[in-house]
Ligand binder design. Structure first.
Ligand code: GLN
Length: 204
């Protein structure tokens, strides 16, 4: 019997937020992508990115689209990458949640909009605790763009810190899942996506 050998795409949760920039970045890396708005689309993917955006809206749309439960089941066997709002949704606990329920995929506590109004957005150099994949267009160290970003207040067992800003974790990994409180896609920095895919492909 013939089998389809084309690689399965990496999905972009496309209910709301800046999924298009992630799609662009992954395409530049030569990774096939698929926008995910329905369960059958999710089922075709080998991994999924939860983009930044507005957590309350994304939460509502995850519920109304019927994707909430399938996403939980998908996460049990596939890699997820969450950035900012996506990271918040992946958390086990959200403080200042504004009614947003967390998916509970990653054993971390996140505080929404934790940097206050006057510094809603900023860019900063990150201290990385992992060696990022080599990319000649991007120089070490990495920089993070933070937009109304959350803070990671607590880490559960087995959650590894990959990068810090002012001694606080801003990139974490647990098994095949990764969460970033900043936006690498806004700088077009592919190294976090590469790191994520490399560790999830290795079957972590
Ligand atoms: N502040 C937003 C929220 O909590 C997240 C911001 C972002 O994704 N850049 O929904």
């Amino acid at each position: 019997m013939e089998s389809d050998c084309s690689p399965r795409p990496v999905g972009l949760l496309a209910l709301q937020g800046d999924f298009a920039l992630h799609a662009e970045l992954l395409s530049r890396m030569g990774v096939p992508t698929l926008l995910v708005r329905r369960t059958d689309e999710l089922a075709r993917c080998r991994a999924l990115v939860l983009p930044g955006g507005e957590t309350t809206t994304m939460h509502r749309l995850l519920r109304s689209s019927g994707l909430w439960q399938p996403l939980l089941e998908f996460a049990a066997g596939h890699a997820l990458l969450g950035t900012c709002a996506g990271a918040i949704l992946m958390a086990r606990v959200i403080t200042d949640s504004g009614g947003v329920e967390p998916l509970g995929i990653l054993d971390v506590t996140l505080q929404r909009n934790a940097y206050g109004r006057q510094v809603d957005s900023f860019e900063a150099e990150l201290g990385t605790t992992v060696t990022l994949p080599q990319d000649f267009a991007q120089s070490q160290p990495a920089r993070g763009v933070f937009i109304r970003a959350p803070r990671i207040l607590a880490l559960g067992q087995g959650v590894e810190v990959l990068a810090v800003h002012e001694q606080e974790p801003v990139a974490v990994r647990s098994g095949r899942h990764m969460a970033l409180t900043f936006h690498p896609e806004l700088r077009g920095d592919p190294r976090w996506h590469q790191l994520w895919l490399a560790s999830s492909d290795a079957g972590r």
